[in-house]
Design a protein around this ligand. Structure first.
Ligand SMILES: Cc1cc2nc3c(=O)[nH]c(=O)nc-3n(C[C@H](O)[C@H](O)[C@H](O)COP(=O)(O)OP(=O)(O)OC[C@H]3O[C@@H](n4cnc5c(N)ncnc54)[C@H](O)[C@@H]3O)c2cc1C
Length: 496
């Protein structure tokens, strides 16, 4: 019997997960990747003895990784280890207040009561609501295609809708949080979760209040060896399951005929397969690989998520007041988002995020030094003068961190490299350098995200941060699961 064949375009985290899922189903899987390495945004590099994870730094829901190893019949511990991180983030407010976001519920209630005057019961209620919303709505949204009528006709979808209240849909995340908390600081802290999918808390719906459930109720984790261990583990698992990888091999075109996918063009050669899954940005897939300009243009109706400017700094000292994740908040959060999404500029007093993996593991920075991943939210690339914006952003970030920590950090920066919206696009094929595909700034954004399948080319599918259910590692892994289930249901027979 003919073994069914699959081609995957791109080896981002969703492409890797997809390759494992299809290999386990009996497909002969080939992955074509533009870069010389797997992982897409989830990659890493070394700089003068410092290790840096290039993209994602926050790891939640390790069960999504575990599920792939279980599916493949392998022991995850042999490939991938992680530990629990008891403080999800250290928050530094401009007025001098400092808060530790503990993942232990009682410790967090106490901290928010002591530092910000919040009512502990109210904090507990907020987190329970987040959990309820996540469990009800998440079970539909994260595990099923929203573009199939079977999802909408299922009983679980009706039950899920019962958990949704007016403020979740018709209020913004900010208005939802203002009702939940007394202090400006707690509101700002919980508004920040909109940035977890590159959105604006002053226009994104209250529904995003389910995001803290992932981090604060379910926990925050750190993969041993840094975030790159996720890529390495999934890549090794895929190899073990017989997946073939072709690096430095960009796909030029998707071949289809009479409404059925036939394969792809690579190096001007035709490579045939029964199914093709694109893990590349869905906009570029339609525009360049299918040359379907009207469809590509329609996708642009959805606003892109925010991007970022990242400075990778090897720091020549230790900072005991900092932890793995640290946020230095802007004074005026609303203005900051107005700059990002309306003016498409960067404010002079930005929120600065610092991730330091050498806090948890020796060997990621030379002794007595720290590896700082310093990220400032930025608009997607609309052709701004990035050279000037980056220069100003660096000055602003250094000024802010130095002021709040009470010492000038400039002389401690031993080495530096920078990632920006233009280089994010050139290195990972993400249109306009957006981190999470499309934003969730409109109430119906979740429903307008691109589907996981083509409705005019049979056998063509999509996975990754630019399609349903959206960006971020957990959602990308869910997208691979949804797509694998659609493929199984479609039961496409191998062509002989
Ligand atoms: C700076 C930064 C910080 C982030 N922080 C977090 C975080 O803390 N937590 C979190 O969960 N998420 C975070 N994210 C988002 C997260 O990284 C992404 O949502 C996720 O990694 C996207 O994975 P993906 O599978 O969609 O593929 P991508 O990583 O986008 O990879 C797509 C791959 O397809 C390849 N490709 C494209 N076109 C072609 C072609 N024609 N032929 C062959 N190959 C092609 C690309 O080279 C690339 O390797 C962050 C992202 C960035 C950039």
């Amino acid at each position: 019997m003919h073994t069914p064949t699959a081609i995957i375009i791109g080896s981002g985290v969703a492409g890797l997960a997809m390759s494992v899922r299809l290999a386990v189903k009996g497909y002969r899987v080939s992955v074509y990747e533009t870069n010389s390495y797997p992982g897409g945004k989830l990659s890493a590099f070394k700089q003068d003895g410092f290790h840096f994870d290039a993209g994602p730094s926050l790891f939640t829901e390790p069960e999504n990784i575990e599920a792939l190893f279980t599916l493949a019949g392998e022991r995850m511990e042999e490939y991938f280890q992680y530990e629990n991180v008891p403080v999800a983030c250290n928050y530094f407010f401009d007025n001098g207040k400092r808060v530790q976001a503990f993942t232990d519920k009682e410790a967090l209630q106490q901290e928010l009561a002591d530092k910000l005057g919040e009512n502990p019961e109210q904090v507990s209620r907020y987190l329970s609501d987040a959990q309820n919303l996540y469990q009800q709505v998440g079970s539909v949204f994260l595990d099923h295609s929203l573009h199939k009528s079977s999802t909408w006709l299922h009983k679980r979808t009706l039950t899920a809708f019962k958990a949704v209240k007016w403020p979740h849909v018709f209020g913004t995340l900010d208005s939802y949080n203002r009702k939940g908390f007394r202090s400006e600081e707690a509101t700002q802290l919980f508004n920040r979760y909109a940035t977890y999918n590159g959105s604006n808390p002053y226009s994104a719906p209250g529904m995003l209040s389910l995001i803290p459930h992932l981090e604060l109720n379910k926990g925050t984790y750190y993969p041993k060896g840094g975030m790159i261990s996720i890529t390495n583990a999934l890549y090794q698992l895929a190899l073990k399951k017989g997946v073939e990888f072709h690096f430095d091999q960009p796909v030029q075109r998707i071949i289809h005929h009479e409404g059925k996918v036939r394969g792809v063009v690579v190096n001007n050669n035709n490579c045939f397969a029964d199914i093709v899954v694109s893990n590349a940005d869905v906009y570029f897939t339609y525009k360049n690989l299918l040359q379907h300009q009207p469809k590509a243009k329609r996708l642009l109706r959805q606003e892109r998520s925010s991007s970022a400017v990242i400075f990778y700094w090897g720091m020549g000292d230790n900072f005991p007041e900092l932890g793995l994740h640290n946020i230095f908040f802007s004074k005026n959060y609303k203005d900051e988002f107005q700059y990002l999404f309306d003016k498409k500029e960067m404010i002079n007093d930005p929120t600065v995020y610092i991730n330091i993996t050498s806090k948890l593991e020796d060997g990621l920075a030379p002794k007595g030094n720290e590896n700082w991943f310093v990220m400032v939210n930025a608009p997607a690339n609309y052709g701004q003068n990035w050279e000037a914006l980056i220069q100003q952003c660096r000055v602003n970030a250094i000024e802010k961190i130095s002021r709040i920590l009470g010492r000038d950090i400039t002389p401690l920066i031993r080495n530096e490299s920078v990632l920006d919206p233009i280089t994010i696009e050139s290195k990972t094929g993400s249109y306009m350098g957006s981190l999470y595909g499309t934003s969730s700034n409109s109430k119906l954004a979740a429903f307008f995200r691109a589907p996981n399948f083509s409705n005019y080319i049979r056998g063509l599918y999509f996975c990754g941060g630019t399609v349903h259910p959206g960006g971020g590692i957990p959602l990308c892994l869910h997208s691979a699961k949804i797509t694998a289930e659609l493929i199984a249901k479609d039961n496409i027979q191998p062509s002989h």
